[in-house]
Design a protein around this ligand. Structure first.
Ligand code: ADP
Ligand code: MG
Length: 448
């Protein structure tokens, strides 16, 4: 019920009364809330208009990330007594009934809070933000396609929704399509199954702006890549704007066809880097402000200093502390924050990667013995894996250069530095090396 109360703050009183009176919570299990409504009409309307809002409120009430709302019907309908139509029902019928149903069928794909206004700009995302803004102002004119890449939870989806909502606001008639790569793939597969290629083409080509999220999932899907290639060309030729996000640079998505990679590079490829401390504090401040919460800067700074690589986790940490404080009636303070984040912090310490693990996995990957990896031989079959291992130690641990050198048969810090920069350069110039490092890193992380 608390969730419903929160949501009521965002909805004007008359709509609230019309749609939510008679609604009751049925079941809350993990991150799934089930509510019941009196009829299918209310169900459609609530799902169409308020699902996003309710799920967001649920996310923040539960400190979850992807909670879901299930709306079920309770009353005569559920027992099999059907009304003839949606009209003669407790005063919600008539003209706006039709309107309502139409809305319900095409729920807006955008999260209301993912706008440019709520996006905090910092060194790591300044360029991506400016490019997204430019594209939103004049779609199809400046950078086409715009390709934004970066790690998890750094604001790619946020920017993509912001572009969509901005364009929609400027020109409500423009055709905007936002899909995740997964939606696109499923749509394509269904169109093949239903033998309806033209429907698929129409759906994707009759847009002024196409926003595709997480394109890295095209990896390995040759047919879908083909479909995407044609969609891309059709839109591009008509100067329709395409914005794409990915967790990495297109040239590092294995099996992504070269012709797609080069198409992506026709426009602007830009990255988002993790936010620095100042930006993290600013993001928390903004979040607190948006949710009308009073939190001391000291506490925000503490959270920002502890959670550094993922903005979703950063916000999650704040939500958790606040939930804890209201649950136990305790004042929000640094000691409280410390207590609540204890397991996150412990987790981070626990997850520290030992140098031995890196060495072990590198040996396994290249099929060399540990003695050779840390031995004195400079022949290539040993030297290269050794350099990779040193590079990974720099990347994945906090160990100092001299300490890493010592772990590799007493080499000095300049050797480690040389190896690190050599591999870093190779990663940037050689796709095979990139994939190799990616694979080994994955192996290491999955074992810690
Ligand atoms: P990604 O798609 O890169 O994994 P998201 O766009 O889903 O990341 O962002 C994760 C969360 O962090 C979202 O709640 C988003 O609103 C928030 N966020 C990310 N970047 C910013 C920013 N610069 N300012 C404010 N909030 C941000
Ligand atoms: Mg995303």
């Amino acid at each position: 019920m608390e969730v419903l109360d929160r949501v009521s703050e965002h909805i004007d009183a008359p709509s609230w009364r019309v749609w939510f009176e008679g609604t009751r919570p049925v079941d809350l299990r993990e991150d799934r809330l089930e509510i019941s409504v009196p009829n299918s009409f209310a169900k459609e309307y609530i799902e169409g208009r308020f699902k996003g809002l309710l799920e967001e409120a649920l996310d923040s009430a539960l400190g979850a990330e992807d909670s879901s709302l299930i709306v079920s019907i309770e009353g005569p309908e559920a027992r099999g007594v059907r009304r003839e139509n949606g009209r003669n029902n407790d005063g919600n019928g008539g003209m706006d009934g039709a309107e309502v149903v139409r809305n319900a069928r095409t729920p807006r794909p955008f999260k209301a809070k993912y706008t440019f206004d709520t996006f905090v700009i910092g060194a790591g995302n300044r360029f991506a933000h400016a490019a997204a803004m430019a594209v939103a102002e004049t779609p199809g004119v400046v950078y086409n396609p715009l390709f934004i890449y970066g790690g998890v939870g750094l604001g790619k989806t946020h920017l993509l929704h912001a572009v969509g909502q901005y364009v929609e606001e400027q020109d409500p008639t423009s055709g905007i399509r936002y899909v995740t790569c997964e939606n696109f793939t499923n749509d394509f597969i269904n169109s093949v199954r239903d033998n309806a290629p033209l429907d698929f083409q129409r759906r994707y080509r009759e847009n002024d702006v196409l926003l595709i999220d997480d394109i890295q999932f095209l990896e390995g899907k040759i047919e879908t890549q083909e479909a995407f290639f044609h969609t891309f060309n059709a839109l591009y030729e008509e100067n329709k704007q395409i914005v794409i996000t990915s967790d990495r640079h297109p040239k590092y998505i294995p099996t992504l066809e070269d012709r797609l990679v080069s198409r992506f590079e026709w426009g602007l490829v830009t990255d988002i880097q993790p936010p620095d401390l100042e930006t993290r504090i600013a993001i928390l401040r903004k979040k607190a402000m948006m949710d009308k919460l009073e939190v001391d800067d000291e506490v925000l700074t503490f959270i920002a200093s502890k959670v550094s690589t993922n903005i979703r986790e950063l916000e999650g940490a704040l939500v958790r502390i606040l939930a804890y404080s209201s649950l136990y009636g305790r004042q929000v303070s640094v000691p409280l924050a410390e207590e609540v984040l204890k397991d996150i912090l412990l987790d981070a310490a626990y997850r520290e990667i030992p140098v031995e693990l890196i060495q072990h996995e590198v040996c396994r990957y290249f099929g060399v013995a540990k003695a050779d990896l840390v031995g004195q031989s400079r022949s290539k079959p040993f030297a290269y894996p050794r350099q990779v291992a040193m590079y990974l130690c720099r990347e994945l641990t906090d160990e100092s250069l001299p300490k890493i050198g010592r772990a590799f048969g007493g080499r000095d810090h300049s050797t480690v530095m040389h190896a690190t920069s050599k591999i870093a350069n190779l990663i940037n110039s050689d796709r095979d090396v990139f994939n190799q490092i990616h694979e080994i890193t994955y192996q290491i992380k999955s074992k810690r």
